[in-house]
Design a protein around this ligand. Sequence first.
Ligand code: FES
Length: 105
Amino acid sequence: MSQRFHALEQLNQLHDGYLKAFTIDGVDLVLVQQAGQPSVLEGICPHAGHPFANSRVRGSNIRCDMHGYLFDLTSGACTYYTEGPCRALRVYAWEQQDGMIGIRL
Ligand code: FES
């Protein structure tokens, strides 16, 4: 299956604390930046299926706004939980193209 570049955002729009959700070909994603480093992660929290659209970046993690679980922006690992451990988020490789950041799906 061939993969196509999907632009998500202009690189010059990214800033620390940036967080925006996207759905590309039916795949929910969230683009975040912290410490100058973008990350593209699975866009739905694996704990109970809540979208990350209104979540926040906290330190080196994304904090789900439903129950407060934290997931590492680099590895996707769940680093804080309350109701029981949770699997890691899928982390997507991102690319730059013509001033845009995006992924291949
Ligand atoms: S749904 Fe995200 S922490 Fe529970």
